[in-house]
Ligand binder design. Structure first.
Ligand code: DAH
Length: 354
């Protein structure tokens, strides 16, 4: 055969290979094709062996063509082989089966808990109000009767905003309002609302707060609170106990035991912390309650006269009470969650349980 004839036979070879490959219906059939078209006795191998006896110029040209064909056979065989290994015989599709349900979203457990808390107070006439997360020293501290030397005003206890780092739109320190900061509690919204409205007031403030705490099982640099405030001319400590008692009954069940424990907050006087009997041990003491039998759930008290003065109310004419609670803490107590970090890791295995 001269090179012209060889070339012609290669074209035919390509054609029959394609036909036979299309008809090959099993791995064995493919293996037979491989032997036939690439094996030692295949026309391709025979031609390749004969290359040596050709003049150099022709050898180069024909060698190239032979190789292209060889590689093409190899690739197409490998492809076909993969089709057999990837697709085991599939059962026929039953088109009458219902489709796979699309994944449904849901509210985050913190949002759910916040909504449950709010729902307990709304029937008692509390109106939901929100305030900005970026606030100032006056609203977060001064107006709440928190003195200049209070430890929570240290740089490592509050995120003060450095105006230099914020560009042109950054908030500036103000002679009256002090330095801008990320609010460390929702209490500054009490100040905002009282400064812009007259009593009677009955407000509930859900929101996000920030403290530069290192993350651990019970601390996070960001968490959520719900604040409450009621002001009129006679709201008293008995009202406070009534409102919070009803709240606890609604959230934790009617037989939940509570206690009011004297405490100190600068913005209320007198102040108290409210505990509920530990559900884990029924008050006997266990690891959940640190062997105390009681779990602290919120802080509260009668609004301090200095707070009323700071917002321009006359403390001789108005009185009222306030309270504040941590939403994650309540959610952890309700669901037996032991690590606050779970709320913020966005692990669906956790979130889908709620
Ligand atoms: N602001 C307090 C805190 O973050 C919680 C608090 C306690 C709010 C007593 C109140 C209150 O309104 O009366 O720890």
């Amino acid at each position: 055969m001269d090179t012209e004839q060889i070339r012609h036979s290669l074209t035919e070879l390509g054609g029959t290979f394609a036909q036979e490959l299309a008809q090959a219906g099993s791995r064995q059939a493919l293996e037979q094709l491989r032997v036939k078209y690439l094996g030692r006795k295949s026309p391709l191998s025979v031609h390749l062996k004969r290359l040596g006896s050709l003049p150099a110029e022709e050898r180069a040209l024909l060698g190239k063509d032979l190789n292209i064909l060889k590689v093409s056979f190899e690739n197409r065989l490998a492809e076909a082989q993969q089709r057999f290994s990837e697709r085991p015989a599939q059962p026929p599709v039953d088109v009458t089966l219902p489709g796979a349900p699309p994944p449904m979203g849901r509210l985050h457990p913190v949002t759910q808990t916040m909504q449950e808390i709010v729902a307990c107070f709304v029937p008692m006439g509390f109106e939901v109000v929100e305030g900005p997360e970026l606030d100032n020293e006056f609203n977060n501290f001064d107006a709440l009767n928190i003195p200049r030397d209070h430890p929570s005003r240290e740089n490592f206890d509050t995120f003060f905003i450095d105006p230099a780092s914020g560009g042109a739109g950054a908030p500036r320190p103000d002679p009256k309002l002090g330095r801008p900061l990320l609010r460390s509690h929702t209490s500054p919204v009490q100040i905002r609302v009282m400064r812009s409205r007259k009593p009677p007031l009955r407000i509930l403030v859900p929101g996000r707060v920030y403290r530069p705490d290192p993350l651990d099982a019970s601390h996070s640099f960001m968490f959520h609170q719900v604040e409450g405030l009621m002001v009129d001319d006679r709201a008293n400590f008995a009202d406070l106990k009534g409102v919070l008692g009803l709240f606890i009954e609604r959230l934790f069940g009617p037989s939940t035991k509570t206690r009011f424990r004297p405490h100190f907050f600068p913005f209320t006087e007198p102040s108290a912390e409210v505990d509920i009997a530990c559900a884990g041990c029924g008050g006997r003491g266990c690891t959940t309650c640190g062997r105390k039998g009681w779990l602290e759930i919120l802080g509260c008290g009668m609004v301090h006269p200095n707070v009323f003065k700071a917002v321009g109310y006359d403390p001789r004419k108005v009185q009222g009470f306030a309270f504040g609670l941590g939403v994650e803490r309540i959610a952890m107590l309700k669901h037996g969650i032991r690590d606050i970090r779970l709320f913020f890791e966005n692990d669906l295995r956790f979130l889908e349980q709620f």
